[in-house]
Write a protein that binds this ligand. Structure first.
Ligand code: AHR
Length: 512
């Protein structure tokens, strides 16, 4: 009978546990020296599906409540995340966007076809002014992606002049004529996107030369200092990084990288309907981002030991099949506790590589891929991923504290996945935050956390969990997954005992 049960369990799930140890964590507070740049909590907003139109922007005349055309509900929700940087207008869209079509009186702006994403007709009512004003309202840095694939050097040079020059120059005066007297501050400029693919099908040697040419004419105006980002590799393409580092070198301030949690491009799977093995294997694929970051960093180290050039992971996240009944090419997907786990595990990894990794932008902010918010008409829901960003915002600009984790793991596909993931940091006021994820679908974990050198007296916590890993919020039931107060952590001098339920993410705050 026992044997039958074991065979049955194996058939049910292809994942296998490796039971080894008692779960313990040691946090090395004395070894913290590096700041976690807040920019790794960045967002990405592309003209794709209803990310911009319907998601961020409805226009001033909409009956959906708005602040100067931006959806009020979405704006207020995003404000809570303390977004450090927002990338726009793409993605693939960036390389067919002509910025001059998106300025001036809205009724005079030409319409355009969004060929990459479903051939949707757009009216260009959201353009440069609307984007940069939104960034100011959110208090975040804009990251503008320039068009190299189908644009010109002149077009990009003039765009920068339009946005940042305070002189009596043609583009600055055009901006003034469009109602904006003072230039905006624009720090990050991308020179193309995925130039090996949708950005122009280029070879790295050819793109390197184009980068050198385009970036030459990206001038710093009126005290604005541009941080220039070259279009980088995807996933495991280390050759692209090698050629760029060799041919471009310090002409770039940053080199981008894209990594999506997709196990099979032809069978991505449903967002909210998956097996236990799919779940664990997805987390295995998600964790593989660590290998990818490490190897790209190794290539960069070969040319740039001093780490002058930053790695910018400006697209990451889950990518599932589009929800049935939605518009093809609009990449609208649901978002479950599994997506929340992908976010927490990914941040735990990012925190370890910030000597080189200086920015990351989840794809995307609204209604597209692993979104923060989903909207339908006048309704908006917050996703489990949104809550991870909210719970993890305490780590922005805090000092990273290295830690060791000893725990059981599980095997799924070719991955071995530790069942506990964790990260810790100390903020500028000396407050320690520890984030823990128990990815186990069945078992509560009793975790012993050793805190040498940390003399905390007070502990509070928040937990994100749900009955089923596929649980998600819907327009009918918007509060299925949301954080609650967490009380299952007991502090005894330098030892913390935490009982963390299966499939849950906890952030603890330790204060004196
Ligand atoms: O985020 C969706 C798309 O994924 C982006 O437009 C492109 O850069 C990537 O392939």
């Amino acid at each position: 009978m026992k044997k039958i049960l074991i065979i049955f369990c194996c058939l049910l799930s292809a994942s296998t546990y490796t039971f080894a140890q008692h779960t313990s964590i040691t946090i090395h507070a004395d070894q913290g020296f590096r700041i976690i740049p807040k920019e790794i909590y960045g967002q990405f907003s592309e003209h794709l599906g209803s990310c911009i139109y319907g998601g961020l922007w409805v226009g001033e005349n909409s009956d959906i409540p708005n602040i100067k055309g931006y959806r009020t509900d979405v704006f207020n929700a995003l404000k809570e995340l303390h977004i450090p940087v927002l990338r726009w207008p793409g993605g693939c869209f960036a390389d067919e966007y002509h910025w001059m079509d998106g300025i001036g009186p809205k009724n005079k702006r030409p319409k355009m076809l969004n060929d990459n994403w479903g051939g949707t007709l757009e009216d260009n009512s959201f353009g440069t002014n609307e984007f940069l004003n939104l960034c100011e309202m959110l208090g975040c840095e804009p990251y503008v992606s320039g068009n190299v694939g189908s644009g010109t050097v002149e077009e990009l040079a003039k765009w920068i002049e339009y946005m940042t020059s305070d002189g009596d120059s043609p583009m600055a005066n055009l901006r003034r004529a469009n109602g904006r007297e003072k230039p905006w501050k624009v720090k990050y400029i991308g020179i193309g996107n995925e130039s090996w693919g949708c950005g122009g099908n280029m070879r790295p040697e050819y793109y390197s030369d184009l980068y050198r040419r385009y970036s030459k004419f990206c001038w710093d105006y009126s005290g604005n200092k541009l941080f220039k980002i070259a279009s980088g590799a995807s996933d495991y393409d280390y050759h692209w990084t090698d050629v760029l580092m060799n041919n471009v070198g310090e002409r770039m301030n940053g080199l981008s990288l894209h990594y999506y949690t997709i196990r099979d491009w032809n069978h991505k799977g449903r967002a909210a309907n998956f097996s236990d093995n799919d779940y664990y294997a997805t987390l295995g694929k998600c964790r593989d981002i660590e290998t990818v970051i490490k190897k790209h960093c190794e290539v960069m180290d070969k040319y740039d030991k001093e780490k002058h050039i930053s790695l910018m992971l400006d697209e990451w996240g889950t990518w599932w099949d589009e929800e049935p009944g939605t518009i093809a090419g609009h990449l609208f997907q649901q978002n479950t506790m599994r997506d929340a786990m992908v976010a927490s595990l990914t941040f735990d990894i990012f925190h370890k590589y910030t000597d080189r990794l200086k920015m990351a932008n989840i794809a995307q902010i609204a209604n597209v891929l692993q979104a923060m918010v989903l909207t339908k008409g006048k309704s908006m829901i917050l996703t489990p991923t949104y809550y991870v960003f909210k719970m993890y915002r305490v780590h922005q600009d805090a000092t990273f504290l290295p830690l060791d984790v000893t725990c059981d793991s599980i095997k799924a596909d070719n991955y071995t996945i530790p069942l506990i993931s964790a990260t810790a940091s100390k903020d500028s006021k000396g407050v320690i935050h520890i984030s823990l994820s128990n990815i186990d679908l069945r078992n509560t974990k009793e975790v012993t956390i050793n805190l040498p050198e940390i003399h905390a007296k007070k502990i509070t916590g928040e937990i994100l969990t749900s009955e089923n890993i596929s649980d998600h919020n819907t327009f009918e039931k918007p509060d299925v997954v949301k954080p609650r107060t967490f009380n299952d952590a007991k502090l005894n001098k330098e030892v913390l005992k935490v009982k963390i339920p299966s499939k849950s993410i906890v952030t603890l705050t330790l204060q004196n």
